[in-house]
Design a protein around this ligand. Structure first.
Ligand code: A2P
Length: 334
């Protein structure tokens, strides 16, 4: 089997560390693995499959070596500066930041939803926002059958979405210490404020969910979102209210959802079965439940969708994109 040279940019971060776990679990065919981070981490050793790898400082000549795919998760500014440098040297970048997601020349990919778009790249492919990824997984099949008119997202997002700093703020808050990352205490609180506020009143996180859903699904779908940070360590939950053009049958919808690869239906309310953050932690699938008609609309449906934001919402989706690339490689240079 052909093996590939892979680089991880942001290897010491929460998502970077999860890249390593997921690459190992999925037996990604790696020839050489290069780990890159800031000067703060240069020289640090990280173990991968029994071998210590020394972390390199990311710089302009980091991609002068033979690298097939670079997985980036080191923040938007790092991606903006270094992804084009990597791409100019023939490396395919799969970028976890929001830097290029809305760029017309950059495919935005959720492998269960729009895998075919992956090859329309010019060296950079974007991984969507964590909440967007889990939300669109159930939508493709429903849009194809019942045509979505409008989606209302309300999110309940874990602090790990803010990296190690978010986790620290929740842990400190529980110990009665002040926050450093969020504007207010997150322990025992809900913050309707994720990322910065925009001129139109949405936060950037809400705008990402709106814009990215349209880019992945269909430009003329109407979307609105309210994104809330909650005192949960791992896994985002999203309440989705969907209005369709066509009529549907709830039992048929359950079957439609059960047919989606990577989506698990957990919907047995008589036995208190529904998706929960505590159960999805560490899993690669998206979980959907509370599947029911919205009685206030002609063709309205409510769903509750949960996924591990660091795995399916970030690391796993990024590596699934890399798997799409190598599946079609057939021996040519990617
Ligand atoms: P470092 O650990 O050296 O700071 P998280 O969001 O979980 O905190 O992770 C951020 C990741 O991005 C870390 O691996 C961090 O490396 C990396 N990073 C942050 N800024 C830079 C930069 N300017 N150049 C390279 N890597 C960076």
């Amino acid at each position: 089997m052909k093996k590939y040279n892979i680089a991880i940019v942001g290897a010491t971060g929460l998502v970077g560390q999860t890249f390593l776990q997921v690459l190992e679990e999925r037996k990604f065919p790696i020839k050489n693995l290069y780990l890159m981070a800031s000067s703060r981490s240069a020289g640090k050793k990280i173990n991968f499959m029994g071998k210590d790898i020394v972390v390199e400082e990311l710089n302009e000549s980091s991609f002068d070596k033979d690298i097939d795919i670079a997985l980036f998760s080191a923040g938007g500014d790092t991606s903006k500066k270094f992804s084009p440098i990597a791409a100019s040297k023939g490396v395919i970048v799969v970028d976890n930041s929001s830097a290029f997601r809305m760029d017309d020349e950059v495919p935005l990919i959720v492998p269960e939803v729009n895998p075919g778009a992956v090859f329309n790249h010019k060296g950079i492919i974007a991984n969507p926002n964590c909440s967007t990824i889990q939300s669109v997984v159930p939508l493709r099949v429903l849009d194809e059958k019942y045509k979505i008119k409008r989606i209302v997202y309300s999110t309940y997002q874990a602090v790990s979405g803010s990296g190690l700093a978010g986790i620290k703020d929740l842990e400190n808050g529980l110990a009665g210490k002040p926050v450093e990352n969020y504007p207010y205490q997150i322990a025992g609180n809900c913050l309707p404020h994720i990322d910065v506020f925009l001129e139109n009143g949405n936060t950037k996180e809400e705008q990402k969910m709106i814009d990215e859903t349209k880019k992945i699904l269909r430009a003329d779908v109407k979307v609105t979102a309210t994104c809330v940070r909650v005192p949960v360590l791992h896994s985002h939950s999203v309440s989705m209210n969907i209005e369709f053009e066509k009529e549907f049958d709830v039992e048929e919808v359950k079957k439609d959802l059960a047919s989606v690869k990577g989506l698990i239906v957990e919907d047995d309310v008589k036995n208190n079965i529904y998706p929960m953050a505590i159960n999805s932690k560490g899993k690669d699938e998206v979980f959907v439940g509370r599947i029911r008609r919205d009685q206030s609309l002609d063709n309205g449906l409510n769903l509750w969708v949960v996924a591990d934001n660091i795995r399916k919402g970030a690391a796993t989706n990024t590596i699934q994109i890399a798997e799409l690339l190598i599946a079609e490689d057939k021996g040519r240079k990617l």
